[in-house]
Design a protein around this ligand. Sequence first.
Ligand code: GTP
Ligand code: MG
Length: 445
Amino acid sequence: MMGRPETIFALATAPGRAGVAVIRISGPQAGAALTALCGRVPVPRQAARSRFSHPVDGRVLDDGLALWFPGPGSFTGEDVAEIQGHGGKAVIDSLLSALCLVPGVRPAEPGEFTRRAFENGKLDLTQAEGLADLINAETEAQHRQALRQMDGALARLFDGWRSDLIRHLAHLEAFIDFPDEPIPDHLDQAVRAGISTLAGAMTAYLADGHRGERIRDGLYIAVVGAPNAGKSSLVNALARREAAIVSATAGTTRDVIEVHLDLGGYPVVLADTAGLREAAEDIEAEGIRRALLRAENADLRLAVFDAACAPEWDAPTLALIDGRTEVIVNKVETVALPDDLRISGRVPHRISAAGGQGMADLLEALTARVRDALETQGAPALTRQRHRVALDECVDSLHRSLTAPDLELMAEDLRLAARALGRITGRVEVDDLLDVIFRDFCIGK
Ligand SMILES: Nc1nc2c(ncn2[C@@H]2O[C@H](COP(=O)(O)OP(=O)(O)OP(=O)(O)O)[C@@H](O)[C@H]2O)c(=O)[nH]1
Ligand SMILES: [Mg+2]
């Protein structure tokens, strides 16, 4: 049997000096904690001006607002109290210490409020993840995606698929339970067609270029080129700060330097790398190895060439140009280049990272490219590897079910598929399977 949950409390606002600090309390003793500090429990969901006093010696600790959200209509589903006091270190410490003195009340573990909300059915797992993403969102796209997930868009998509799956399973189960009645052909065909359609929809959904995960982590862009081409200068110009050292010495950058940028509301990680050449010594050689590795794994590459080298373009950089590469010629103010210049058959962006020439156009082109890579239309994006793994497993089980030698094995594969989907949102599946069986079929008619 489950014990009575403990009552937890924590500072809900960021620690440090601020005008107001909010302390949240959740659990069966939340009302008692409020009474201990404020002398009473206010009217539900109405802010009440209150003096907070020490529960043992009665000394006044602060003056602020108290709020009362009786369960189950609260964030966690439990009784929740909120104390809004002044955001000073001594005030906060005294309030938190006072709460420790209330019997049955203890400081919360990280994520414990949200976990209780999940356990009490207030949120599914994807919504809880969306909430964490919302708090961490730094760009507009991350903000939008997190809000959508927190609103349950992802959960609705997965739950929709899962209820389709459970319906197919329920049809099969009915025939397994009544083995004397052969499964009519049309029903068999309908179930198989339904499973194929589901597997197809999931496979198409999985082939999304990892947009949701990229929006969370940032699109990875590697800047590559020969030593002295101006890679670090370009990174600094895009970042609008001196993130990387720039010098006339070839081989200045040796390690990978990552800069986080907001490009038109989309998050980007821009990686400055070591210039590519036959390196003389170990450290630079290691830097070049890392540069090539990043270039290989990057979502987008910026290949930077020095205009002064025209038309003898740097061979190692040429070798990296592919469909996900933007070709850039830097230092264009130093030489006259032909109007119809092509590098590897591509029209390069012409810039002067030092002088600023062509930078606005380059920025616009990059933003458009990042938007194309990250923008999502229609279905909400998968945002975590965890979702992808479970969905892959679900598709595998669906395919297996279609070639299963008998109905029992087919049903078992469908059950595994439903369980994989249920893991994404954190649902349990047995009970609703029974519900569907009894709702859709009049057994014993
Ligand atoms: N004239 C001119 N010089 C530039 C421009 N951009 C960079 N430079 C100069 O070129 C030299 C090399 O610049 P960096 O940005 O350090 O080049 P890098 O590609 O990072 O070089 P490594 O780190 O050694 O691989 C520096 O002296 C810069 O001032 C430009 O647009 N025009
Ligand atoms: Mg450099």
